[in-house]
Write a protein that binds this ligand. Structure first.
Ligand SMILES: [Ca+2]
Ligand SMILES: [Ca+2]
Ligand SMILES: [Ca+2]
Ligand SMILES: [Ca+2]
Length: 290
């Protein structure tokens, strides 16, 4: 959508060209679309002109992603209004194959074949071209959480795609194994009166070499955190291969689902985010989520 300011600028430039001497720069509207006022490039992000002639002006142009007042294109962060206490090991006894088997509304999510209460947060994407698919999965650049938890092994973390696929980021292995924190967890509170510790940011990316926890229960790198060990904040490999995201729908509901499968140790979600390559977005100035 062209802004009122942009329209005024184009009109002014057209008048200048009409009145000016012949052959003084190419500012003509060659194709009658009004979109090619000047195509000398590179894109200047605050002049209401499509400087590089790619049909997108200023913040609409991916070249302006994160420049000046323009938002980082393709990246959405969903902060919790207040640090959100994760349901702590609620469920466990009801077996399932899919969410449809979990008919008790207090434990609606089928995770590791058990019905559980989970933290879920959904972002409804609308900013990609209609019906577009994630042909190159590496263009989903990262999925991140900021959280704290006093027992990494309690958790399963998943990204549910608009195509309905459950993409496992971090997998629950078994109710056994040594204590590993996410962030600087508060390990002195209880599920009845949870008190947040300090969150840290963990991301899943297409090229990260090691998972948070592999299928044998071996963790990624840890560092001292008080009397315990904390998983080092940073980038991790997802348990599901990144290539399994190929050709998922781009527009629609992207849901983060975090489930704690074992009572006693609890944790908090502070925010989560998802970052796409800006080249996937149809208009970087337009809303990307509803
Ligand atoms: Ca411009
Ligand atoms: Ca442009
Ligand atoms: Ca705690
Ligand atoms: Ca727990």
């Amino acid at each position: 959508m062209r802004t009122a300011a942009a329209s005024v600028a184009v009109v002014l430039i057209s008048l200048l060209v009409a009145c000016g001497p012949e052959g003084r720069g190419r500012l003509a509207d060659d194709d009658g679309t009004g979109a090619d006022a000047s195509t000398s490039g590179p894109e200047v992000c605050d002049d209401a002109i499509d400087n590089d002639g790619d049909g997108r002006a200023d913040c609409s142009d991916i070249d302006c992603s994160g420049v000046g007042m323009c938002p980082i294109c393709g990246s959405v962060e969903d902060p919790a209004a207040t640090p959100l206490a994760l349901p702590d090991g609620i469920g466990m006894s009801t077996m399932c194959s899919t969410d449809a088997d979990c008919t008790d509304p207090t434990i609606p999510n089928c995770v590791a074949k058990e019905c559980h209460a989970s933290y879920t947060s959904t972002l409804n994407f609308i900013g990609f071209p209609m019906n577009s698919m994630l042909a190159d999965p590496t263009k989903l650049l990262s999925v991140c959480v900021e959280m704290e938890h006093s027992y990494l092994r309690d958790l399963q973390m998943e990204l549910i795609t608009p195509s309905g696929g459950v993409f496992i980021l971090h997998k629950f292995v078994a109710r056994t194994g040594g204590e590993i924190y996410l962030g600087l967890a508060n390990d002195a509170d209880t599920a009845a009166t949870p008190v947040p510790g300090t969150g840290a940011t963990y991301c899943w990316t297409p090229a990260a070499p090691v998972p948070m926890l592999d299928t044998t229960g071996t963790s990624g790198p840890t560092q001292a955190a008080g009397s315990s060990q904390e998983l080092v904040p940073g980038n991790y490999k997802s348990i599901a291969p990144w290539t399994s995201l190929t050709n998922t729908k781009l527009n629609g509901m992207w849901t983060m689902r975090v489930t704690d499968l074992w009572p006693a140790d609890n944790g908090f979600m502070f925010k989560w985010s998802i970052k796409f390559d800006p080249s996937l977005v149809s208009d970087c100035a337009g809303p990307i989520i509803l």
